[in-house]
Write a protein that binds this ligand. Structure first.
Ligand SMILES: [Zn+2]
Length: 512
């Protein structure tokens, strides 16, 4: 039984499709019909769609953000994949970059969601079962299950991305009604150097959408009107065909310049060119929007291209050598847009800081060293997972996102995270918040950056990229969250790998 159970961990890729590709302009001024009075629409709760930085800042006062996101299930493989690009880096303030994980729940290992959140990353909603144009229950159920089984506070889940980037006007209306802060499903599909670029800074929908107007019915020309609800466009890269050669998600999987095969050097070149156009222009953010499974080196049976991994690291190394470049989560970038301080004041800007909860008691709290032996293993046949917060009787579904806890074998019910205790301080076994004094407050680990410091660049690995390099240049520490498959007895691996080859070959065919 064990190999079959384990094999279920290996199937998430089967649920993936290549989401989010665009092939040309997704909007036009005529289709957008957008107007917004900037004298009435003011930060922090209103912002007109504009290609210029917020609050009238000049580009030289604005940081260049690289928003880093990942989509779909959270597993040890996918966390490893993200870490190989981020774990060794530092932003100009000395903090390790944070990122946003748009999390769907099939095949997600809930304890790793807890760990990733407690480590400072943003957890956001990507529906429960990964469906486009999602019914409300898919969106709400994701929130409820992530809160119940991963201990993510409701207040922390503020963002949404639609699977396959397929959303409707009603999707956005529901998100606003459910008090999400932002959606990030739209495309900025026209280069910043083109006169009619749609690379707007994040904006509120007080005057409707201005992106995707040619593609989605019932949006733009003032719709949907959702005051205070933010749209964070996804900014495409463009190869040497310009607007005819956009690359939105996982650009490294695409052929560049209309070629018939993937060429990492060509990809790196256009990624640099697009970055430079943003950096030397109005500094609209740029994004690495990833599906980490495609670059996972720990996913059994899959061979990824080391050249591609090296290329991505080379891009980030190159970008970080330039002044005022920050790798951030969507919520960090949006916090800056809502309160856009010039770079001379970034040292005191708290959303970009990093902090580590000071907890060393043996409680199940999202800090891997504390959790040993405390996790519940929920052995559902389709996708077994681990959690700090007690196994449900049945796997969560949109119709029943928070089933009763399973106490059929005499297990003690666990206590879910309450609203007044943050995740790393909550003991779900005793039902206690251990933070009762200033001694257990968060500790700020960020390093001040002086106004106009000479060196405001982050730290990369420094390796030069050359196509075809045999091994990755970046060193990273594999993520050792509890419940990761790496803790299995070694003898199990051959069975897993053999068992997964059939599944994987089907998946690869589907991907290509
Ligand atoms: Zn997805």
């Amino acid at each position: 039984m064990l190999p079959i159970t384990i094999l279920a961990f290996l199937l998430p890729a089967l649920s993936l499709a290549q989401d989010g590709s665009i092939s040309g302009p997704a909007t036009s001024p005529e289709a957008a019909g957008y107007s917004c009075d900037a004298s009435k629409c003011k930060l922090p709760n209103c912002n007109c769609a504009s290609t210029s930085p917020p609050n009238g800042l000049s580009p030289s006062e604005v940081p260049q953000f690289i928003v880093y996101t990942a989509d779909d299930a959270i597993q040890s493989y996918t966390i490893d994949s993200v870490n190989q690009f981020l774990a060794h880096r530092r932003n100009p303030n000395g903090c390790q970059p944070k990122m946003t994980y748009y999390t769907s729940l099939n095949y997600t290992n809930y304890t790793l969601v807890t760990d990733w959140y407690v480590a400072g990353n943003e957890i956001a909603d990507h529906t429960m079962t990964h469906v486009g144009s999602p019914p409300n229950g898919e969106i709400d159920g994701n929130l409820i299950a992530l809160n119940a089984l991963a201990g993510i506070p409701f207040s922390a889940i503020i963002g949404f991305r639609a699977p396959y980037l397929n959303y409707t006007a009603d999707t956005l209306r529901h998100l606003a009604a459910a008090r999400f802060t932002y959606d990030s499903s739209t495309s900025a599909s026209i280069p910043v150097t083109d006169p009619n670029t749609d690379a707007y800074w994040p904006y509120t929908l007080d005057n409707g959408l201005a992106n995707d107007c040619l593609n989605i019915p019932g949006i733009c020309k003032g719709e949907p009107q959702l005051p205070g609800f933010w749209e964070v466009p996804m900014y495409a890269f463009f190869d040497n065909r310009g607007v005819a050669g956009p690359h939105l998600m996982d650009p490294w999987l695409d052929e560049a310049n209309g070629a018939s095969t993937v060429n990492d050097s060509a990809t790196l070149e256009y990624m640099k060119n697009t970055f430079t156009a943003h950096y030397n222009g109005n500094r609209q953010p740029i994004g690495l929007y990833t599906h980490p499974i495609h670059t996972s080196t720990t996913y059994p049976g899959v061979t990824v291209s080391n050249s591609t991994i090296n290329m991505i690291n080379a891009f980030l190394d190159w970008a970080q050598l330039q002044q005022n470049v920050w790798i951030v989560s969507t919520e960090q970038m949006l916090a800056w847009v809502q309160n856009p301080v010039p770079i001379s004041q970034l040292d005191s800007f708290s959303p970009l800081k990093c902090s580590t909860p000071q907890v060393n008691q043996a409680i199940c709290d999202g800090i891997p060293a504390n959790e040993l032996g405390l996790l519940s293993h929920c052995a559902f046949p389709d996708f077994p997972f681990y959690t700090c917060y007690g196994c449900p009787e049945v796997a969560p579904t949109p119709g029943n996102p928070n089933p009763p806890q399973d106490t059929s074998n005499g297990q003690q019910e666990r206590f879910r995270v309450p609203a007044n205790c943050s995740t790393p301080f909550w003991d779900p076994i005793q039902g206690q918040c251990i933070c009762t004094s200033s001694s257990c407050q968060f500790q700020d680990n960020s390093r001040p950056i002086g106004p106009n410091s000479v060196n405001l660049t982050g730290g990369g690995t420094g390796g030069e990229f050359s196509s075809g390099t045999a091994s990755p240049t970046a060193s990273f520490v594999p993520f050792n969250g509890n419940g990761a498959l790496s803790s299995l007895p070694s003898g199990i691996w051959p069975a897993i790998i053999l068992g997964s080859i059939g599944a994987m070959s089907g998946w690869l065919t589907a991907q290509l």
